[in-house]
Write a protein that binds this ligand. Structure first.
Ligand code: GLU
Length: 544
C-alpha cells in the first residue's frame, strides 16, 4: 500500500513538516521542577465539584512549583457547546481563587495559543496525515448502522464493544477497496491502527494512585471524525504535548481511556506527560456510598456554592482536607495562614473515593466565618446580596453602622468566645433579617395570650432605652415577679410548682414579640440596635 499517496488523497495539500510544530511550540524553558498543568473542560456550561477538586490540585501543583496552570477548551464536540460556558468556568473557579496563567479568554503567553481546540484544526490534520503516511492510521467507511449492529453483536456475545482486532473491518481494506469507496464519495473517519495487545499488561506509574496495571489498548479509535474534526483523545494528546503539559491531574473516570492515550502518545512519537487520576467524590447514601450525581445532588454543581453563599475559603479548606491527607493536621497548627503556604503534594492525594459530607463542610464554614472581622463579613455578605439577595436584603447595607453592630453581636465579637451562628451568606442574611424587617411570623409562645399581653404592656410601661443591660434586666425581673414568675433561677429549679414559670419565660415573650424568634443573641443589645421607637412599635404590633 502506498500510504503516502493515500494520505495525500485523504488530506490533500501541503502541511508543514512536523519539526515545524516542535519549533513553533518549544519547551517552555521553565526551571527544572516547574510543573505545567491544565484544566481542559468541554464547554458544556456545567461545572461541578469534581472540576474544582481537580482544579485545586492542578493549581496548587503548578503554582507551588513555580510553573503554569492554563485553561484549554475542548470544544471538538459542538453538540455539547453552550454559550458563555467558558466565562462561566473562569468565573466559577475564580470564586475559589483559582487563577489561570494563560488560556482561553485569559490570554497569557501567546506562544501556546490558541487554547480552543476548534482553532487548532491544522495541527491535528498534519499529525493525522503523518499517521496515515506511516501506516498508523486508516480511513474507515463503516456507517452508523454497521457500527451499532457490531455493538449489538458484541454485547450479545458478551465481548468488549468497539472497533478492534477482527471487528475492525476497514483496517485491512485493500488499496482498490479504499479508492473505490473514496471515488464513490462514501463518508469516512480516520482511525488509529492500534498495535496493542490486550493480553499485555503494562505497569504504569500514576502520580496519584502509584503503580497500577494497565491493559494495552487495542481499540482502533477514531482520531478524525468525518467532518475532519479530531476526537477528544487525539486532540488532547497533541495539545498536551505542544502546550508542554508536564502533569495531568484529572478525575479517575478517565482512567479507562488511559490505554488509548498512552498508545496515542507513543504513535505520535511524543514524550508523555505524567498522569495522576484523582479519586471521585462520594456521598454516603444510607448504607452505601455512591458517586455524587448531577440529578440527585444539587451540591455537585459549583453554582450551588455561590448561590448559597459558601465562603470560598471554607470550601477550599474542605477540598484540601479531602485532597491531601496531611492538610487537616497542618491547618490545625496554622489556622489563619494563607492556604498557599500548605505544602501540597501529589503523593499525598487520596487513592480511593473521598467522602464528601455537606455537614462537615457546614462545620468548617461556621468556623471560617466566625473568624472573620466584622468588616470582612459585611463585605462578603454585600457581594453575595448584590448578586443573589432580595431587594430588601440589599437595603440591609444602607446603614453601615447598624449593620456593623448587628454583625458584631451575631458573631460574638468582643465576647468571651465567637458565636458560630453563620454558615453561609444566604443563611446569615436570613439570620439577621429581624434587625431590618419586622417579623412576618412568630415562633410559638409558651405563655398564654392574656398573660403575655399583660406582661408586654407592663414591660413597655417600664422600658427605657437609657437603661444599661443590668438595669434593663432588673426591670424584666420586676415584671416577671409581678406576674408570678420566678426571678431567681435557683429558686425556680428547687420548686417550680410555686411559679408560673421563670424570668427566662418572660424574656422569651419579649424576644419573640420583638424579633419573631425564640432564639437570638442578647436581647438587650438587640433592643439597643433597633432603637426605642422600633421596639415599642414591634411590641405594640405583637400585642394585637
Ligand atoms: N475534556 C475532558 C473533560 O471534559 C478533559 C479530560 C482530561 O483532563 O484529559 O473533562
Amino acid at each position: 500500500m502506498n500510504y503516502k499517496a493515500l494520505a495525500e488523497r485523504l488530506l490533500p495539500g501541503e502541511y508543514p513538516p512536523l519539526s515545524y510544530y516542535e519549533e513553533k511550540y518549544p519547551p517552555r524553558g521553565l526551571p527544572e521542577k516547574a510543573e505545567v498543568t491544565r484544566l481542559a473542560p468541554s464547554p458544556t456550561g456545567f461545572i461541578h465539584l469534581g472540576n474544582l477538586f481537580a482544579a485545586i490540585a492542578n493549581e496548587r501543583v503548578a503554582h507551588r512549583s513555580g510553573g503554569i496552570l492554563y485553561l484549554r477548551i475542548e470544544d471538538t464536540d459542538l453538540k455539547r457547546k453552550v454559550e458563555g460556558a467558558v466565562e462561566a468556568v473562569i468565573h466559577a473557579l475564580h470564586y475559589f481563587d483559582i487563577t489561570f496563567d494563560e488560556g482561553a479568554e485569559i490570554g497569557g503567553d501567546e506562544t501556546y495559543a490558541p487554547w480552543y481546540q476548534r482553532q487548532r484544526a491544522e495541527i491535528y490534520r498534519a499529525f493525522a496525515k503523518h499517521l496515515i503516511e506511516i501506516g498508523r492510521a486508516y480511513p474507515c467507511f463503516c456507517t452508523e448502522e454497521e457500527l451499532s449492529r457490531l455493538r449489538e453483536e458484541q454485547t450479545a456475545k458478551k465481548e468488549i464493544t468497539g472497533y478492534y482486532g477482527k471487528y475492525a473491518k476497514c483496517r485491512d481494506l485493500s488499496e482498490e477497496e479504499i479508492y473505490a469507496n473514496l471515488d464513490a464519495g462514501k463518508p469516512y473517519v480516520i482511525r488509529l491502527r492500534s498495535l496493542g495487545d490486550p493480553e499485555h499488561k503494562i505497569k504504569f506509574r500514576d502520580a496519584v494512585k502509584g503503580e497500577i496495571t494497565v491493559t494495552e489498548n487495542d481499540q482502533d479509535v477514531v482520531i478524525l471524525k468525518s467532518d475532519g474534526i479530531p476526537t477528544y483523545h487525539f486532540a488532547h494528546a497533541i495539545d498536551d504535548h505542544f502546550m508542554r503539559t508536564t502533569l495531568v491531574i484529572r478525575g479517575e473516570e478517565w482512567l479507562a481511556s488511559l490505554p488509548i492515550h498512552l498508545e496515542l502518545f507513543d504513535a505520535l512519537g511524543f514524550c508523555r506527560p505524567r498522569y495522576g487520576h484523582n479519586c471521585s467524590l462520594m456521598k454516603q447514601d444510607g448504607e452505601t456510598r455512591r458517586k455524587l450525581s448531577k440529578r440527585k445532588d444539587p451540591e455537585l454543581s459549583l453554582e450551588f456554592y455561590r448561590k448559597e453563599g459558601y465562603y470560598p475559603r471554607a470550601v477550599k479548606v474542605y477540598m484540601l482536607t479531602l485532597l491531601n491527607s496531611n492538610f487537616e493536621e497542618w491547618y490545625l497548627k496554622n489556622p489563619s495562614a494563607p492556604l498557599e503556604e500548605f505544602p501540597f503534594k501529589v503523593e499525598k492525594m487520596g487513592k480511593s473515593g473521598a467522602l464528601f459530607d455537606l455537614d462537615k463542610l457546614n462545620d468548617i464554614s461556621k468556623n471560617e466565618l466566625s473568624n472573620l472581622s466584622v468588616a470582612d463579613m459585611g463585605a462578603f455578605l454585600k457581594v453575595w446580596a448584590e448578586e443573589f439577595g432580595t431587594e430588601s436584603q440589599r437595603h440591609y447595607f444602607d446603614d453601615e453602622e447598624k449593620l456593623s453592630r448587628v454583625l458584631a453581636l451575631c458573631m460574638g465579637v468582643g465576647g468571651k468566645k465567637r458565636r458560630k451562628d453563620f454558615t453561609t451568606a444566604s443563611q446569615a442574611m436570613g439570620f439577621i433579617r429581624f434587625f431590618f424587617e419586622r417579623p412576618a411570623e412568630y415562633d410559638e409562645y409558651r405563655v398564654d395570650r392574656q398573660e403575655r399581653a399583660s406582661i408586654l404592656t407592663d414591660f413597655l410601661a417600664s422600658y427605657s432605652p437609657a437603661d444599661d443591660a443590668q438595669a434593663w434586666f432588673e426591670k424584666v425581673k420586676t415584671v416577671a415577679g409581678a406576674h408570678g414568675f420566678a426571678t431567681d433561677m435557683k429558686e425556680y429549679k428547687l420548686s417550680p410548682e410555686k411559679f408560673k414559670g421563670s424570668v427566662a419565660d418572660v424574656a422569651e415573650i419579649l424576644r419573640v414579640a420583638t424579633t419573631g424568634r425564640a432564639n437570638t443573641p442578647d436581647l438587650w443589645t438587640i433592643m439597643q440596635i433597633l432603637g426605642e421607637k422600633e421596639v415599642r412599635e414591634r411590641i405594640a404590633e405583637a400585642l394585637k
